[in-house]
Design a protein around this ligand. Structure first.
Ligand code: SF4
Length: 314
């Protein structure tokens, strides 16, 4: 069931996930579209997440935005590309490449005390090579060491790729098209912002079987949502993911679509990275337990890093 409505207020609102935003010219969502979007969200009982551009919005937009409870990405939640010098918000997204995370692990560890809630978003998962696995795990262990210090001093901080798995007992993934939907400034719905960017940059339409055109939209404010074969986005239709326990994994359908041409079939890159993180969460859990702290339900030892390797033995 859809629970979250992500509203891109402007074409230049920052990317906050894997896909870069290639749009550099301002196009502010018209005030009337915003008004109808909020009405839609209210009727559907959805929590609104606004994604802000880096300029001040007109008064009319600001009044509408303040009329609803919301999460404000680009304001309350800062978004950085690359490792920032410092973080001044209690929640932040840091988008960076795998190599930047590996090279900047100490610097990122130093940022952890500055924010309660850090979301690391890797922007080049598609380029991941198995040879990077050891270095990636080592970077995660550097972050774990800082997390352990913080937990010890009574300041448990969240970092999505390490602490989320400690709390989770079932899959909790991105949920694009299933638990959340994105409304772009043009008044059309997309599974997530990345599909809007694909449409704007003219990428081919591999997914939207119902409309053989370059459109990647799944509805608009007039006709409502039309998500073709929505069941094919769901966990129970994902043979690999439903037997997996990397519960924190994004299961990014845009990345799947790009790398395997199927929204619900993950790439090896996605799975291996998620399993390295899962195993690092297990290390953190064991260190927490050894220090007498609660690390959540036991994360079991497994001897694979890609569920596909297990699945193909069946
Ligand atoms: S690690 Fe792979 S199989 Fe597991 S949830 Fe993520 S994408 Fe699905």
């Amino acid at each position: 069931m859809l629970q979250y409505l992500v509203i891109l207020l402007d074409d230049t609102a920052p990317a906050f996930c894997h896909a870069d935003n290639p749009l550099s010219e301002r196009f502010l969502m018209p005030e009337e579209t915003l008004r109808r979007a909020l009405l839609f969200g209210m009727k559907e009982n959805m929590m609104v997440q606004f994604v802000y551009p880096d300029y001040e919005l007109p008064d009319g937009h600001r009044r509408l935005i303040e009329s609803v409870e919301s999460v404000k990405i680009g304001r309350d939640i800062a978004v950085y590309n690359g490792v920032p010098e410092k973080i001044e918000t209690s929640a932040a997204v840091v988008r960076l490449s795998i190599e930047d995370l590996i090279a900047g692990a100490q610097q990122i560890a130093g940022l952890l005390p500055q924010t309660q809630n850090l979301n690391i978003c890797l922007t080049d998962i598609h380029n991941f090579r198995d040879e990077q696995a050891e270095a990636y795990s080592k970077a995660l262990s550097i972050l774990n060491a800082e997390l352990l210090q913080l937990f010890r001093s009574g300041q448990p901080h969240r970092i999505n790729i390490l602490t989320d798995r400690l709390q989770l007992k079932e899959m909790h993934n991105c949920g694009a098209g299933v638990t959340n939907i994105t409304l772009a400034p043009n008044g059309k719905f997309y599974l997530c912002p990345a599909f809007y960017y694909d449409e704007r940059t003219g990428l081919s339409n591999r997914m939207n079987h119902a409309n053989p055109s370059s459109s990647r939209s799944v509805g608009d404010m007039v006709n409502g949502l039309q998500i073709p074969n929505q069941q094919l986005l769901q966990l129970n239709h994902a043979p690999l993911c439903r037997i997996c326990d990397a519960y924190h994994c994004n299961r990014c359908i845009w990345l799947n679509n790009r790398l395997t041409w199927d929204n619900n079939t993950p790439s090896r890159q996605q799975c291996v990275l998620a399993h390295l993180e899962r195993n690092a969460s297990r290390d953190l859990q064991q260190q927490l337990k050894a220090a007498g702290m609660d690390g959540g339900e036991e994360i079991k030892h497994i001897d694979y890093i890609d569920p596909f390797d297990v699945r193909v033995q069946f």
